[in-house]
Design a protein around this ligand. Structure first.
Ligand code: FES
Length: 93
């Protein structure tokens, strides 16, 4: 997945909902990177100890970036930002 410069004039922003708050992210950006850019640091909680987890590998191997998107658990480093996404962080995997 390619990296999009959020400051570039051609970078289109779309509305998404993150933990019940409407936010704007750059369309087409990797969701993990876009969430990190808006200050999200807790992507999920570990099942046993409920510790905060955040992206580690950014290539789909570790699952530390998992979030709920439209009620489905996904690895946020493997999908692109699209308009209308409903994202929930802090879910246990
Ligand atoms: S950061 Fe490792 S799977 Fe997404």
């Amino acid at each position: 997945m390619r990296r999009i410069d959020p400051q570039h004039p051609s970078a289109a922003r779309v509305s998404v909902t993150i933990d019940y708050q409407e936010r704007e992210l750059v369309a087409g950006e990797t969701l993990a990177v876009a969430l990190w850019e808006v200050g999200i640091r807790r992507f999920r909680n570990s099942v046993r100890l409920k510790e905060s987890r955040a992206p580690l590998c950014l290539m789909g191997a570790c699952h530390e970036c998992s979030v709920m998107v439209n009620s489905r658990l996904v690895r946020s480093c493997m999908i692109a930002v699209e308009a209308g996404m409903t994202i929930r962080t802090g879910e246990s995997e």
